[in-house]
Design a protein around this ligand. Structure first.
Ligand code: PMP
Length: 428
């Protein structure tokens, strides 16, 4: 019996499914979740004392590695001054200035406490700005667990959205339209089917919730053009890509400027933080400047702001992203080579500090259908065997992986070495 197992037993008695967020339960890979005791740099250590090279990074925030001394110091200093004021404090001003300076489209930004809050709020503002309730999102993109986003495509093209979860009212789900990622025609068809009814388009500019699927050349540009033509608000959900695929987010990397952007993860360095922002023209609708209600007791929390600011400062150091990108590419290329050597069909991809690997015969994956068609049994075996070898990968085939600046070339070499062994066994 392991300490993890004992904790999971206790957890199941008091927490639904034993976890506070479903993907942690390992339901799609089998087995029991691991409980962690501490983490440092590129490593996490479980409650039984085993070390793992971590490629989840708390699902993205730990871009500088775990427990970075400068971030911990900033948090400790801020905590000593009081945990929350529920009133304005200097950190939130600095954070807003840094975000607006670094992200091309931001003129105004509002802090919230999670990515989910950021997207829910951005959707409300976009609907208010256009007076139109319907919006488009993409199959396989994830925007948190707000009701309007938990909606899948109905059967057949152009049908109304249906809830993916009980408790989401069908009347609300009907307003959510699903298009195909990397397919501009599917977007145009929806605008044709609902002329003058669609207020905004939500997109992950690099999809990180159906594994890692970059935009095809012209896709984001096309969305910008369609939204301009139709008077719709273009929202980039950069909760994952913000400060992850480069210092200016996906919008800077691909040179496409959205009207609104949502953030989370990296800007909080692991503290509960999110943000949404954009042009003043739209953001001036947000209360108290405007009529769109949005609020939060802990929003702009001084400890969270201190962590986020320290993180953003580290990202501004010379060569940060070049090194991160090179390391991520080393990993993606290494995995691909290992799979080729073992004759296991695999496609890999790297964008900034994000990566993906697909068990597929295809050269690349560009949408959800293709991601869903990958060999799930291969994924499960690979995940489980890598875990045994001390490599912690995302416990779902539909999640991107994350590299941090703390991962060394030696960590990646160790990872690829373990992958080679696992893949050879899978082939044999
Ligand atoms: N948007 C995207 C693109 C995300 O990846 C996530 C979380 N993985 C969210 C929104 C929701 O963020 P949170 O889990 O902080 O609510």
């Amino acid at each position: 019996m392991t300490a993890s197992h004992d904790l999971f037993d206790r957890a199941r008695a008091r927490i639904p499914g034993g976890v506070n967020s479903p993907v942690r339960a390992f339901s799609s890979v089998g087995g029991e979740p691991i409980f962690f005791e501490h983490a440092e740099g590129a490593y996490m250590f479980d409650v039984d004392g085993k070390r793992y090279i971590d490629y989840v990074g708390s699902w993205g925030p730990m871009i500088c590695g775990h427990a970075h001394p400068k971030i911990i110091e900033a948090v400790q200093k801020a905590a000593a001054k009081g945990l929350s004021f529920g009133a304005p404090a200097p950190g939130e001003v600095t954070m807003a200035e840094m975000l607006c300076e670094m992200i091309p489209s931001l003129e105004r930004v509002r802090m919230v406490n999670s990515g989910t809050e950021a997207t829910m709020s951005a959707l409300r503002v976009a609907r208010a700005a256009t007076g139109k309730d319907r919006f488009i999102k993409f199959e396989g993109n994830y925007h948190g667990h707000g009701d309007s986003f938990l909606v899948k495509a109905g059967s057949g093209a152009q049908t109304l959205g249906v809830p993916t979860s009980p408790g989401v009212p069908a009347a609300l789900a009907e307003l959510t339209l699903n298009a195909r990622y990397n397919d501009l025609d599917s977007v145009r068809q929806l605008f044709d089917a609902y002329p003058d009814e669609i207020g905004c388009v939500f997109v992950e500019p690099v999809a990180g919730n159906m594994n890692c699927v970059p935009p095809q050349p012209g896709f984001l540009e096309g969305l910008r053009q369609i939204c301009d033509e139709k008077g719709a608000v273009l929202v980039f959900d950069e909760v994952m890509t913000g400060f992850r695929v480069g210092p200016t987010g996906a919008q800077g990397r691909y040179g496409v400027i959205p009207d609104l952007t949502t953030f989370g993860k990296v800007i909080g360095a692991g503290m509960p933080v999110g943000a949404f922002g954009g042009k003043h023209e739209i953001m001036k609708l947000v209360a108290p400047e405007g009529p769109v209600y949005q609020a939060g007791t802990l929003s702009g929390n001084p400890v969270a702001m201190a962590a986020g600011i320290a993180n953003l400062e580290l990202l501004r150091e010379d060569g940060f992203y070049e090194k991160l990108e090179a390391r991520t590419k080393q990993l993606a290329d290494g995995l691909k080579q290992a799979a080729d050597n073992a004759d296991v069909p695999m496609a890999t991809v790297a964008v900034g500090g994000m990566f993906g690997y697909f068990f597929t015969e295809a050269d690349e994956v560009t949408n959800f259908e293709q991601a869903a068609a990958c060999n799930i049994e291969h994924f499960k075996t690979f995940f489980t065997e890598m875990l045994k070898a001390g490599v912690y990968l995302a416990p779902s085939a539909f999640e991107a992986g994350f590299v941090s600046s703390a991962h060394t070339a030696a960590d990646v070499t160790e990872t690829v070495g373990a992958a080679s062994e696992v893949l050879k066994r899978m082939a044999g």
